[in-house]
Design a binder for this molecule. Structure first.
Ligand SMILES: [Zn+2]
Length: 390
């Protein structure tokens, strides 16, 4: 039976080793794989490394490290990484090297390293079911915690969207709403409850969301969204979830989001039907590609008070939250270029292709410079001049 030294010597014969200088030359084209334990990794790591502790290597590496790229594997001193390199070769990785002297020597020689952002033990527990998904993992969860989503409206669509985004650990949630909680809201607006009747909706929303997840910073805007404030409010957000129910705001939002290049997850509901799509500025259609100008008041049902089935906004708002997360984490196929239409009575989902209109008055090639103008509350198609924008 060979002892540890013989085993290590044998392993080193089967693999290739490089010193840190050679490893650093591969920083741009190779995947750096850190196989140390979490407490070591937290103290510092090579930038952009993939972190998989040695004990999880076989089960996780194929999900996280491509076989098409060279791999530089390292540990603290070069022993664990030697065994790991041999394992990777056994798994079919063809271009693998182990870094001699490990992270210790790398750091001593003054090569680049960072202290990684890591989840706290409480966060690791709270987001465990996210972390288990290789498509999200700790890095994806960290990204969500750094993400800022703005919700327009704390009503039917905004309620489920805000609650699921908060639960998922989106770190900053902005909420714009100037209404007060009314008992007629409670049939569908699940952010609020009977104790909050008469309270500002943004305050009620903040209480609910903070109790759900104290990680979330809830920023409230108890104002009417208008041409005078929209550019300041949306500035700095990564995604906007639109839960507004009127045409004037949709056009105002469309033009402002194009100007700031912030994607909008659009949702709307009417009676038993709902629609969702993602408008990604200049990477897909915008709202005006679909409806160049607001309809006249008599043809705009959402301007009048219409009935809506209580569960419906829960479904559409949840899909909006999902699309926002997919966009942020670059997961799967988003609804960019597709409109999802849901019919609650038929219990059917249909998707329709929506295309960017080259002649769109807002995002088309020959569109005039975007002016943030205001439409009046009656949905009249004539813009009321807003303040000039730079
Ligand atoms: Zn457009």
């Amino acid at each position: 039976m060979p002892g540890f030294r013989e085993l290590l010597a044998q392993t080193k014969k089967n693999i290739h080793e490089v010193d840190p200088a050679e490893a650093e030359a591969r920083l741009d084209d190779a995947t750096f794989l850190d196989v140390r334990e979490l407490d070591e990794y937290e103290q510092g790591t090579v930038p952009d490394s993939v972190f998989i502790p040695r004990g999880h290597l076989e089960s996780q590496v194929e999900n996280k490290v491509s076989k098409d790229k060279p791999v530089v594997v390292y540990c603290a001193g070069g022993t664990r990484s030697a065994f790991a390199a041999e394992t990777l070769q056994d798994l079919g990785y063809t271009d693998v090297v182990s870094m001699k002297g490990g992270f210790g020597r790398w750091k001593d020689e003054g090569r680049p390293w960072i202290t990684p952002q890591v989840l706290t033990p409480e966060q690791r527990n709270r987001y465990h079911r996210h972390v288990l998904l290789p498509e999200i993992g700790e890095a994806g969860q960290q990204k969500l915690l750094e993400t800022k989503v703005l919700l327009l409206g704390a009503g039917g669509l905004g309620s489920p969207a805000a609650m699921y985004l908060a639960a998922a650990g989106v770190g900053t949630l902005g909420i714009v709403d100037m209404d007060v909680v009314d008992s007629s809201n409670l049939q569908r607006q699940i952010l609020h409850n009977v104790d909050r009747i008469g309270e500002r909706k943004v305050d009620s929303a903040k209480k609910t969301l903070t109790q759900l997840n104290p990680d979330v910073d809830v920023v409230t805007y108890d104002v009417r969204l208008g041409a005078d404030n929209i550019l300041d409010i949306i500035d700095g957000y990564d995604v906007i979830v639109d839960g507004t129910d009127n045409f004037p705001t949709r056009y105002l939002l469309n033009d402002a989001s194009l100007l700031k290049r912030i994607p909008v997850v659009h949702g709307s509901i009417f009676r038993f039907e709902g629609q969702v799509t993602l408008f990604d500025p200049y990477n897909g259609p915008c709202y005006r590609c679909l409806l160049p100008e607001p309809p006249p008041a008599e043809l705009a049902p959402s301007c009048a008070e219409a009935g809506v089935l209580g569960v419906l906004p829960g479904i559409i708002g949840s899909i909006q939250a999902l699309e926002a997360i997919k966009h942020v984490l670059d997961l799967g196929e988003t609804l960019n270029g597709r409109l999802l239409a849901y019919d609650a009575l038929e219990q059917s989902f249909r998707t329709f292709k929506v295309r960017r209109d080259p002649n769109c008055p807002a995002c088309g090639e020959n569109a005039p410079p975007i002016r943030i103008a205001e439409y009046d509350d009656l949905c009249l198609p004539h813009p009321i001049e807003g303040p000039p924008t730079s």
